[in-house]
Each structure stands twice: as structure tokens, then as C-alpha cells.
Design a protein around this ligand. Structure first.
Ligand SMILES: Nc1nc2c(c(=O)[nH]1)N[C@H]1C(S)=C(S)[C@@H](COP(=O)(O)OP(=O)(O)OC[C@H]3O[C@@H](n4cnc5c(=O)[nH]c(N)nc54)[C@H](O)[C@@H]3O)O[C@H]1N2
Ligand SMILES: Nc1nc2c(c(=O)[nH]1)N[C@H]1C(S)=C(S)[C@@H](COP(=O)(O)OP(=O)(O)OC[C@H]3O[C@@H](n4cnc5c(=O)[nH]c(N)nc54)[C@H](O)[C@@H]3O)O[C@H]1N2
Ligand code: SF4
Ligand SMILES: [Mo]
Length: 730
């Protein structure tokens, strides 16, 4: 049996794997020690990958929806011709702003993105909606203000930090940095290092922590403000760093001086002395890394939470050093700086809500209103790739209504999804083990690596890699490649003899990497040389490209120095701009909020954290529920005290109702949650055919409960983790 290197595509880590394959199946799966970042590590979910590769609802051929809602198989030629014609006629009638692109990248399939983006550009629409617009755009927006570019994303160096702060994230389950569980264990076992966890639930990570702030949901801003206030009021900030590297400290310190630490600690439901002690620990540590995720992003004060969290490491000077926070390089730009001073800024705003893009992305929360509007400039055609917005965006009922009103919906996927059900055309993609692919979430620092996976199998049935689909579509809509600013240069790359000698699929897939290698080698020449990549006579870019493409277990492609974090700063003065006026205003507003007891939300006495990461979910990449080894029903966690009050026992079926809808779930009694708080997992409620052939949803479809309106006022990131609900026995 042959062993092949590949990678797990279930989360952003994309751990390197060695797999055995037989008759189209992944039979044996283990960690690949030669992989530069995971170094042999993997988690239990990778063992289930064959359920992604093989299941009964994989798409086999292009489909067209008939008037009665059923689907017929059509040929690729027909599909491309019809889709192109519909796109062109919509554009002709209503202009390019009536079209939008949605998705285009999951956790491990980013290599076709340059083609997807080229296609979007060829259509002439600025609109790229993406799941990142319901989680990380607040973070990117802040990077734009602090570091001068929304693409100046920071990486945490958890592995080397003396103190780590995890807020609103449960890395034991969700991962998010290399060899997560191993690193967590190392930190927990080292008495010289401190792990701080901020989470309303006593998660597995929280159990390992030295300090667990079990905040009331949605009150992190109070906790962070209290910590920052301690730093300012006790003058524990790093003045040397602030003077040399930043501007705006006085503007930030002003409002923090008047923050009442005790009152804010109380508002967050945590001990004020522990808040002060922890702030002092951050100030005295040699290095601090912070890591936050959905618990901050998808909760109340979303963008403000992230701002305050960033100030924690900036005021204490834990930036641009080992164990601290650093700005990393991008091999291929996944994030762009959406610049309000751009001459075409007005044209980039959405027609109905005048929403801005952030780092190039628009928020899924606005899709329904952009479609359902009466305005003639509303969205009429949406092209979805690698996403299932009808399930994963807030307010499934509103999403369904909007998507079903579209004049054209096209979905590219590997599986027949809920979004496909509503599509006029469904285009079947080869799986991530059937094509050259990679993740662009290779956001390491100081080392940057890239792992291009080589195909393990032929494309299934009549499926195609996305590169091929987009090339055909671009040709069909009459794209003039020579004039296209992205597709043109990609086509140029293919003319190189090294690529000419390759099979076409490999050439198509990897040509964007040669273009990227030119840009990367020019910008980060020294860092590339430090990684041991030497000019092979054909230039450093070609040597870099070859290293990337011919390293089936992945390769280190650059080695930066900590000082580079400062050279990446994009403000003309080369400094970090600490004061973000909108955020400081928002911080001021907390004063008034602090005294208010959280109301029970008009008869919704529980806060549902909608979308927990568990071992039973991996975004929506698995459709066949048989992959789950436990938690088949996607249980509702509930505190024993609450269960007693409601007279509920383990396994009882309850109705969970919000102002938007109701779903059923089974109770799991669990004292890791606070009284008044319940949780449900992400990624359940997907339809899959039962033995009788009928497609039924499996588990709770949580976004039937979430509301489009409950979101960040600025970035429109949904408050999924803060959904008011009531609960009754079914
Ligand atoms: N197993 C598994 N792993 C995954 C995924 C998956 O589907 N399954 N998905 C991947 C993706 S796409 C992402 S974005 C990441 C997300 O990774 P995480 O954000 O770490 O995962 P979650 O469990 O959604 O949320 C994290 C924590 O936020 C807490 N929380 C809820 N409300 C609040 C609050 O108000 N304040 C604070 N401080 N915390 C709160 C929850 O209790 C939870 O423990 O995971 C990735 N990894
Ligand atoms: N209430 C609530 N909602 C949430 C969350 C939450 O915590 N709570 N989490 C949010 C987060 S963080 C995220 S990232 C989103 C994720 O939600 P989405 O962005 O919708 O995407 P994914 O779940 O990653 O899966 C997308 C689709 O990609 C398909 N796919 C897999 N491989 C390929 C391929 O090679 N090519 C193509 N074309 N398709 C492929 C899969 O079949 C699947 O249908 O959900 C969000 N929704
Ligand atoms: S799910 Fe994430 S952490 Fe687990 S093996 Fe896959 S890539 Fe690695
Ligand atoms: Mo995500």
C-alpha cells in the first residue's frame, strides 16, 4: 500500500497527513512529521476525512433546476453557456452591481481563489461576501487603523509566550495555532508560564488555565476595559515602547483613567482583585500573546472587544518580539486593504445598505436586505462557491426567502447543499483530495510555510477543479485576458517552459503561485533567502515557486526577523496608531451600560451561545451524520440548576425559541455552563438522505434562531453567541 502526503482540510491549521488510499478511499490516516508546522500533530477529526471524500450526496454532474423544483443533469457545455448568458443579461439590464460573489474559500481550498476573484472582477462587481464577514472583519478593520492596512493581520506566538490570554476561544476543541493541544499541555505544565482564559463556559481549555474569568456572556468589553484601566491607573504601561513605536497613547489613556475597575469587574461577573492581578502579570511578563475568536467576535460589542484586546498587548509593549504579537507576511494576499480614500470607494459600497467592504469582504448579514429591497439596484444574481449561506449565515428563514427570490443563483460545491437546493444551476467541484490545493491561512511568523497538496484521486464522476470552471466561465462571458489585471498575468505565467512541461491541471492550479512568488520574493527577498531558498539561475521567484510546488509535505518559504513586524507597519510615520476615535467613543458608552442589569429580553430568559465547536463538528464539511462518533444529536448544554427549575432531565427533548424561530434539541445537563446560559453546536441541521431515501435535517439548525439585526453596528458581524431564547419541554 502506498503512503501519500496530504493535509487535513477541516480547520485552518491544515495539519500535514500521511494517508493510505485504496479504491477511492482514504484508508489509513496519520500525522506527517515532515510537515513544517504540524510536525506530525493531528486531532481526532482527521480520522473521519473519508466521510468528506466519499458520501452519498456528492455532486456528480452539473444540474439545472426545473420549474417544479426538481433537478436535471446537464452537460458542462450547456451549464457554462447558460450561466454565462444569464449573468451577461442581468448585467446588461441592471449593471454589474446587481451581481455578487459569495464564499470561494473554506479552510483548505484557497488555490482557486485567484481565478474566482478574477471571475468576479471580469463580471465587474465589487461584491465578495464571505464567512470572514461574520467573524474576522472587525479584527481586519482595526488592523487598518492600528497598523495602517487591513491586510496587516497579526499572528500570536502561543508556543513561545510566557503569558497567553485566550478570550472567546476554546483552542482545545477549535485549534487555531500549530500543534494546539501539545502546546496547551506544555504551558499548563510550566509553573513559569501563565494561561488566562476568558470564557463564560468552563471549557477544556479553561480547565487547564491558571486564571479563568468566567464572564457573563457579552461582557468582555467591561473586563478588558477594567484590565486596561488598571494598566493606566497604576502606570504599568510600557512607556519606552509607546514612545518609540506608537502615537495616540494620551487619547487612549484619557477615557481609561476614569474607568471604575470594581464596577466594571462586577458588570462582567468577575473578581476585581483578580482583574488587577492579571493586568499586573501582563505588564511584568517578558512576553504575552493574546488569541481571541468567535466568543469575542460574535458577541456583544464585537469590534470594541477586539480593540480592547489588542490594546492589552500594545500598551504593555508585547508586539514585534518573540512570544508576542507580530504582523506576518502573506504568500498570496487573501486580505486586501479596503481604502475609504480610494477613488472608486462610493462604487464599492453596497447599493441598499451603503455597507463598506473590509479587507475586501462584505458581511453575510446584509445579503437578505440587499436582495429583498424594493430598490432597482438590489442584488439579483449571486454566485456561491464553497459556502452554504442558507445554513451558516444568521437567520436561516430570511436567507432562504432572499435566496429563493434571486433571478439567478449558481452554487459550486462538492455536495448537494441547502443552498444548492435553491440554485438555478449547480456546478460540481472536484474534492480537495482530487486537485492541487492549499490553504492561504499560512499565517505563521517568523517562519512562513506553504503546503500545496497534490491530488490523491482523479476528479469524481463529471466534476471539475474550480480553476477549470472559472476559466470556462471567463471565456464564456468574453473576458479579455490580455487586459485583465489578475487573470492576464496568471495566463502569462503559464507560458514559462517549466509550467508548459506540466500537466494542464497542475499548470492551471499553480500558475497563480508563480505570480505570487514573484511578488513575495521581491518584497521579502531576505526572508526567502534565510529559508534556504537560493536563486537557481532562473531567479529567486522561480526557485521559490519550485520549492512550493515540488514539496508535497510542505516547505518553509520565508524566515522573518522580529523587527520586520515594524517594517510592515503601513502608516506613513511607521508607527502604530493607538487611538481609534469610533472605538474610544464606544468605550465611553460603556459607563452608562455598566449599571444596567441585563434584562430577560422580553421573555427570553436564556442566553444561547449558538455555534460551539465540538469534536462532533467541522464547519459544514461533513454531510453524512455517520461521521460522528459522539454527540449525534448535537446536544443543548444546560446548567443543572436550570434543568431542575424547568423540570428537565438528561435526554429530554426541548423546544428552543427565539424571537426569530424555534428548533428542537436534546438536553445535556452540564455544570460547565453558567446558570442562564445554554449552548448548541455549529454545523448541525444539514440534510442527508435517510435509509428511506428522504433528505432530512440532522440535529439543530441553529441559525433558525439567530437574528440579522443582532449584530455589530459597524462591521455587521452577528452576535451568534448571544442569542436570547426561552426553553420548554417539547
Ligand atoms: N471542531 C471544530 N473545530 C473548528 C471548527 C469546527 O466547526 N469544529 N470551525 C473552525 C472555525 S471556522 C472557526 S472560526 C474556529 C472558531 O473557534 P472558537 O471561536 O474557539 O470556537 P467556538 O466554540 O465557536 O467559540 C469559542 C468560545 O467562545 C465562548 N463564548 C461564548 N460567548 C462568549 C462571550 O460572550 N465572551 C467570551 N469571552 N467567550 C464567549 C464559548 O463558550 C466558546 O467556548 O474554529 C475552527 N475549528
Ligand atoms: N450560529 C452560528 N453560525 C455560524 C457560526 C457559529 O459559530 N454560529 N460560525 C460561522 C463561521 S466562523 C464560519 S467560518 C461559517 C462557515 O460556513 P460557510 O462559509 O458556509 O462554509 P463551510 O461550512 O466551511 O462549508 C462550505 C461548503 O464547502 C463545501 N466544500 C468542501 N470542499 C469543497 C471544495 O473543494 N470546493 C467547493 N466548491 N466546495 C467545497 C462543503 O461541501 C460545504 O458545503 O459558519 C458561520 N456560521
Ligand atoms: S481538524 Fe484541524 S487540528 Fe485537527 S487534524 Fe484537521 S487540520 Fe489538524
Ligand atoms: Mo470560521
Amino acid at each position: 500500500m502506498e503512503t501519500h502526503p496530504t493535509a487535513c482540510i477541516l480547520c485552518s491549521e491544515n495539519c500535514g497527513l500521511l494517508v493510505e488510499v485504496k479504491d477511492g478511499h482514504l484508508t489509513k490516516i496519520r500525522g506527517n512529521e515532515a510537515h513544517p508546522s504540524s510536525r506530525g500533530y493531528l486531532c481526532e477529526k482527521a480520522a473521519s476525512l473519508d466521510h468528506y471524500q466519499n458520501h452519498a450526496e456528492r455532486l456528480r454532474s452539473p444540474l439545472r433546476r426545473r420549474a417544479d423544483g426538481s433537478f436535471e443533469e446537464i452537460s458542462w457545455d450547456t451549464a457554462i453557456e447558460k450561466v454565462a448568458a444569464r449573468l451577461l443579461s442581468l448585467r446588461e439590464l441592471h449593471g454589474p452591481h446587481c451581481l455578487a460573489f459569495y464564499g470561494g474559500a473554506g479552510q483548505g481550498n484557497h488555490l482557486a481563489l485567484p481565478y474566482a476573484v478574477s471571475f468576479k472582477m471580469a463580471l465587474g462587481t465589487p461584491y465578495h461576501y464571505h464567512a470572514l464577514g461574520q467573524e474576522k472583519t472587525g479584527d481586519f478593520w482595526l488592523d487598518g487603523h492600528l497598523y495602517g492596512s487591513q491586510a496587516n493581520h497579526t499572528t500570536n506566538d502561543i508556543e513561545n509566550a510566557e503569558v497567553v490570554v485566550f478570550s472567546g476561544t476554546n483552542p482545545w476543541r477549535a485549534h487555531g495555532f500549530p500543534r494546539t493541544r501539545q502546546v496547551l499541555k506544555e504551558i499548563a505544565a510550566d509553573p513559569g508560564r501563565t494561561m488566562v482564559v476568558v470564557d463564560p463556559r468552563r471549557t477544556h481549555t479553561a480547565k487547564m488555565a491558571d486564571v479563568h474569568f468566567q464572564v457573563r456572556p457579552g461582557t468582555d468589553a467591561f473586563l478588558f476595559a477594567a484590565m486596561l484601566a488598571t494598566l493606566v491607573q497604576e502606570d504599568l504601561v510600557d512607556h519606552g515602547f509607546l514612545d518609540r513605536r506608537t502615537t495616540g497613547y494620551t487619547d487612549v489613556a484619557g477615557p481609561l483613567r476614569s474607568v471604575p475597575v470594581d464596577r466594571y469587574a462586577e458588570a462582567a461577573g468577575v473578581d476585581a482583585q483578580l482583574v488587577r492581578k492579571t493586568a499586573r502579570r501582563l505588564a511584568s511578563a517578558s512576553s504575552v500573546s493574546v488569541r481571541s475568536d468567535l466568543g469575542l467576535q460574535q458577541s456583544r460589542h464585537s469590534t470594541l472587544n477586539l480593540y480592547l484586546e489588542k490594546l492589552l498587548y500594545l500598551l504593555t509593549g508585547h508586539f514585534g518580539k518573540k512570544g508576542g504579537m507580530n504582523i506576518h507576511a502573506h504568500t498570496i494576499p487573501l486580505l486586501w486593504h479596503s481604502d475609504p480614500n480610494a477613488p472608486d470607494w462610493e462604487a464599492q459600497l453596497t447599493r441598499v445598505n451603503a455597507m463598506m467592504p473590509i479587507a475586501g469582504f462584505y458581511p453575510p448579514n446584509l445579503v437578505p436586505s440587499e436582495i429583498l429591497s424594493e430598490k432597482p439596484e438590489r442584488l439579483r444574481g449571486v454566485f456561491v462557491d464553497s459556502a452554504n449561506p442558507v445554513v451558516t449565515s444568521a437567520d436561516t428563514a430570511a436567507q432562504r426567502e432572499a435566496f429563493s427570490k434571486l433571478e439567478l443563483l449558481v452554487a459550486i460545491d462538492t455536495s448537494f447543499t441547502e443552498t444548492c437546493e435553491l440554485a438555478h444551476y449547480v456546478l460540481p467541484a472536484a474534492s480537495q483530495f482530487e486537485k492541487y490545493d492549499c490553504t492561504f491561512f499560512n499565517w505563521g511568523f517568523p517562519e512562513n510555510h506553504l503546503h500545496v497538496r497534490h491530488p490523491l484521486f482523479q476528479p469524481y464522476a463529471d466534476t471539475l477543479p474550480e480553476q477549470e470552471i472559472y476559466l470556462r466561465l471567463m471565456k464564456a462571458i468574453g473576458t479579455r485576458f490580455e487586459e485583465h489585471p489578475l487573470a492576464g498575468p496568471i495566463e502569462q505565467m503559464k507560458l514559462h517552459p517549466y509550467l508548459q512541461a506540466m500537466p494542464e491541471a497542475k499548470r492551471n492550479a499553480t500558475a497563480p503561485l508563480l505570480l505570487a512568488s514573484h511578488q513575495f520574493a521581491e518584497r521579502h527577498r531576505e526572508a526567502v533567502l534565510r529559508a534556504g531558498i537560493l536563486d537557481s539561475g532562473e531567479g529567486l521567484a522561480m526557485a521559490l515557486y519550485q520549492r512550493i510546488v515540488e514539496s508535497p509535505s510542505g516547505a518553509v518559504i520565508s524566515r522573518h526577523e522580529y523587527e520586520d513586524s515594524f517594517s510592515f507597519l503601513a502608516h506613513p510615520d511607521g508607527r502604530i496608531h493607538l487611538a481609534v476615535p469610533l472605538m474610544l467613543d464606544w468605550l465611553g458608552e460603556l459607563q452608562e451600560e455598566a449599571g444596567n442589569e441585563p434584562s430577560d429580553g422580553a421573555g427570553f430568559p436564556f442566553i444561547l451561545s449558538a455555534g460551539e465547536r465540538r469534536s462532533s463538528n467541522a464547519t459544514t464539511n461533513f454531510r453524512d451524520p455517520a461521521w460522528r462518533r459522539n454527540d449525534h444529536e448535537g446536544n443543548l448544554r444546560m446548567h443543572p440548576g436550570d434543568a431542575e427549575k424547568l423540570g428537565l432531565a438528561k435526554g429530554d427533548t426541548v423546544v428552543v425559541a427565539s424571537k426569530r424561530g424555534e428548533i428542537e434539541a436534546q438536553v445535556r445537563i452540564d455544570d460547565s455552563v453558567l446558570p442562564g446560559v445554554v449552548t448548541l453546536p455549529h454545523g448541525f441541521g444539514l440534510k442527508f438522505a435517510d435509509e428511506d431515501g428522504e433528505r432530512r435535517p440532522h440535529g439543530p439548525l441553529i441559525n433558525l434562531l439567530t437574528d440579522l439585526e443582532d449584530c455589530d453596528p459597524l462591521c455587521k458581524t452577528p452576535y451568534h453567541k448571544n442569542t436570547p431564547v426561552r426553553i420548554r419541554l417539547a
